[in-house]
Write a protein that binds this ligand. Structure first.
Ligand SMILES: [Zn+2]
Length: 307
């Protein structure tokens, strides 16, 4: 049997899921068969970025060095994930749906490149492509989610078949523009921009991993209204928490301290006598719940400095 030799080199910063979809679609009219061969399950393509045990079979199958496949993946680093030059929290990587930036995909097509998913689009806190500022979507204008297992082309909606840049999309202007801009530069593909984002932070934080920084921003955000925010489900408020924390951090150590000092606020006129105790308890609970030891220590030290 004649087996065509096709080069499936990943593009720059391409995710392993994207690479496998492109390869499988090229090799077979039923891409699921190829995916099943590599990953044991025809619908498992979303998991490709995590499937380290499959590196060898994928590399052999595509005629590539295993290290090339590895670079397209998201390795586990202790309690965190490595993603290109970044270290992020487990929950920061979202593969439940295909997250893509239609404007960048359109640009690929215009330049005669096959459209592909960039690895940093997997980072859930990014709602915009860091390098162009264009929106990242995980749903088509037709209302259907972009599901990995149904994906044949990275730039197409599997439900309605339209090209993602053609399907209707709302061009939202983010309310948290400052946080969006900071995160875009922190996770930029351009090292100079990443350095600039870090240089805008207080010195004490500038060398922290992305995972520590995100956890720090979100924990700091709780201090704006600890007793209210600590009672709300975190997924509902995390964008807002992050924006508040980033705003304070960009304001310098003084702004961070101002926010932490809210744990020691005087009670409002109509408050009961337990108000200060309650506020302090919620502020301490926010710190205790913080999943970054580094951020926890930093915030605890700030708290102690007021006593
Ligand atoms: Zn659609």
């Amino acid at each position: 049997m004649h087996v065509p030799v096709i080069c499936f080199e990943p593009f720059e910063n391409e995710s392993a899921s994207s690479l496998l979809v492109r390869a499988a679609s090229r090799l077979s009219p039923i891409p699921g068969i190829v995916i099943r061969h590599f990953l044991g399950d025809a619908e498992a393509v979303a998991s490709a970025v995590h499937r380290h045990e499959a590196i060898k079979i994928v590399a052999d199958g595509l005629g590539l060095e295993p290290t090339v496949i590895e670079q397209a993946m998201v390795p586990r680093l202790g309690k965190h994930l490595g993603l290109g030059p970044f270290i992020v929290r487990m929950e920061d990587v979202d593969q439940t749906r295909r997250r893509v930036c239609p404007a960048v995909l359109r640009n690929d097509a215009r330049h005669g490149r096959e459209p592909y998913q960039r690895l940093n689009w997997l980072i859930r806190v990014l709602r915009f492509d860091p390098d162009t500022g264009e929106p990242i979507v995980d749903r088509c204008g037709c209302g259907n989610d972009l599901l990995w297992y149904r994906t044949v082309r990275i730039d197409e909606c599997p439900a309605c078949g339209s090209l993602l840049w053609d399907s209707a999309m709302t061009e939202e202007t983010p309310e948290d523009a400052e946080a969006v801009h900071f995160l875009n530069w922190l996770f930029s593909g351009n090292a100079a921009r990443r350095r600039e984002a870090r240089a805008s932070l207080p010195q004490a934080l500038a060398g922290w991993s992305e995972a520590d920084l995100l956890e720090f921003f979100e924990t700091l955000g709780f201090f704006s209204e600890p007793e209210v925010l600590m009672r709300m489900p975190r997924p509902d408020i995390e964008v807002w928490l992050r924006a508040v924390g980033i705003h304070a951090a960009l304001g310098g150590t003084g702004s961070i301290r101002e926010l932490v000092a809210r744990a020691f606020d005087d009670p409002p006129a109509d408050a009961d006598r337990f108000w200060p105790t309650r506020r302090m308890a919620f502020a301490n609970a926010a710190i205790n719940r913080c999943r970054s030891p580094r951020a926890r220590d930093f915030l605890s030290a700030q708290m102690r400095s007021f006593v």
